[in-house]
Design a protein around this ligand. Structure first.
Ligand code: SF4
Ligand code: SF4
Length: 296
């Protein structure tokens, strides 16, 4: 079983459109929406969830007022300004934790002189296992402001790999998080290959190079495809040169094509929505990517 992670280095390159097309073109796969901060692959694969659960991503401080002697130390120590100080009307103050601001660092719990702060586990997201028209899918949603998106990405990948092993699937196809931060690191660590989707813009080029450097540190091979390549042929050529210089393999260019937006409106991928230049390019990208994946 192989694991392919589709990344972009930045948002808005068409990564999810490419993932949706590959989900339709590949066979015997488990899908993962690894963009836990803004999951959207599920919108084009029609999931029917049959299992779900809570993700416990950290801890949250809670002050027991009956044990608090209002010394104010926690308010002073909290570097996230998560502990409010409100006059109690008789010359003293009441201290309370704002659950949205609390980062769960535990400093206040450790230093409270009266042990008045509880530190329960907090639920910061939810995971789902679904049937889709392209096979099983695991996805998750982090609550707004929820912590530990990297841990949640790791969790959905592990769940998908278990599903794939139990059901004798050949491929785990991950729609990775955008950017190059902690969630991306969690998505690519120990994966078999990355397909980087970029576009010919200055920031697209810059962020792709950062992604290629990151992948190198994890020794994960990278294939690159350029979306909307015809909008800036000169920069597309530079992306090809610089990617190959960093050891990546080009697997194709997808032209700008309104058929991709039309397919989104129809709730499917471009390869399921009739013939188009983009659909043809996506098929070619998958053929080359699959060949590379079979070699790693
Ligand atoms: S450090 Fe403890 S006792 Fe002091 S205000 Fe905070 S919760 Fe109350
Ligand atoms: S756990 Fe950390 S972030 Fe939360 S209230 Fe205490 S000191 Fe502040």
């Amino acid at each position: 079983m192989k694991e392919l992670v589709i990344c972009s280095g930045k948002g808005g390159t068409g990564k999810t459109s490419v993932t949706a097309a590959l989900a339709a073109l590949s066979q015997n796969r488990v899908l993962v929406d690894g963009d836990v901060d803004a999951a959207d692959l599920y919108m084009v694969v029609g999931p029917r969830p049959y299992q779900e659960g809570d993700f416990e991503g950290g801890h949250e401080a809670v002050i027991r007022q009956e044990d608090c002697d209002a010394c104010g130390l926690c308010h002073e120590l909290c570097r996230f300004d998560a502990i409010t100080e409100t006059p109690d009307g008789s010359g003293g103050n009441v201290y309370q934790v704002d659950p949205v601001m609390c980062e769960g660092c535990g400093v206040c719990v450790h230093f409270c002189p009266t042990d008045a702060i509880d530190f329960p586990v907090s639920v910061t997201g939810q995971w789902f296992v679904s049937d889709t028209r392209h096979g099983p899918m695991v996805h998750a949603r982090l609550k707004p402001g929820g912590e530990n998106s990297g841990k949640l990405v790791t969790l959905v990948r592990e769940m998908a790999k278990e599903l794939a092993a139990e059901g004798n699937f050949d491929l785990v196809l991950v729609d990775g998080p955008p950017g190059i931060g902690c969630p991306v690191t969690a998505a690519i660590t120990n994966s078999d290959m990355i397909l980087a989707v970029t576009e010919p813009g200055v920031s697209g080029h810059h962020d792709l190079m950062r992604l290629l450097d990151l992948a190198k540190t994890f020794s994960v091979p990278v294939a690159v495809c350029i979306n909307k390549a015809d909008l800036n042929p000169k920069l597309s050529r530079k992306i090809v040169e610089d990617s190959e210089a960093r050891g990546a393999t080009m697997v194709g260019e997808i032209p700008f094509d309104p058929a991709i937006t039309q397919a989104q409106i129809h709730g499917c991928s471009v390869v399921e929505d009739g013939e188009s230049a983009a659909a043809e390019a996506m098929r070619s990208v998958w053929k080359k990517t699959e060949a590379l994946l079979n070699q790693v």
